[in-house]
Design a protein around this ligand. Structure first.
Ligand code: THU
Length: 159
């Protein structure tokens, strides 16, 4: 038997350590929480996809009484970016979330499994890494590629 290990890594940053574009994307993700429709969870998530041409496309979680019919903020933003700008690569995705009391989470939230799979596909689609920025009031996580969210994933190369 052979044992193999996959390593993932990410950076923990403060707002002061972000680039201007990264700060802009996080602010857009924070503002995007205002469009969240979350009458069931009362948890408002915002996402902002920064495109290679500098445009930002936002998304937010949209819930439904039939729970699985709703969608997370990340996929809302990524699918909207694909629909409106199919030929422009996504460079970065920023995510922020507000609790029911209106405050942002102290620590970053991390995307669900379905969103991770969609982010992996985005990276493969455009053939370039997508930086992931996860916002928390206390610290911000920066992942250089979606790979760090989903090592050993299934993608088009697997078929
Ligand atoms: N949610 C997101 O939009 N993104 C995440 O990364 C985690 C969870 C949403 C789904 C649901 O509307 C609410 O947050 C509670 O799970």
């Amino acid at each position: 038997m052979k044992k193999r290990t996959l390593n993932i890594s990410y950076e923990c940053l403060t707002t002061a350590e972000l680039t201007d574009d990264e700060r802009r994307a996080i602010e857009a993700a924070q503002q995007a929480t205002a469009g969240s429709y979350a009458p069931y969870s009362h948890f408002s998530v915002g996402a902002a996809a920064l495109l290679e041409d500098g445009n930002i496309v936002i998304g937010s979680n949209q819930e439904n009484a039939a729970f699985p019919s709703g969608i997370c903020a990340e996929r809302c933003a990524i699918f909207q970016a694909g629909a409106a700008h199919p030929d422009t690569p996504v460079s970065l995705l920023a995510i922020a979330a507000r609790k029911s009391d209106g405050s942002f989470t102290t620590l970053p939230i991390t995307p669900c499994g379905a969103c991770r799979q969609v982010l992996i596909e985005t990276e493969h689609r455009y053939g370039r890494p997508v930086t992931v920025l996860l916002y928390g009031e206390k610290e911000i996580y920066r992942l250089a590629s979606t790979y760090h969210l989903l090592p050993l994933h299934f993608d088009d190369d697997s078929m």
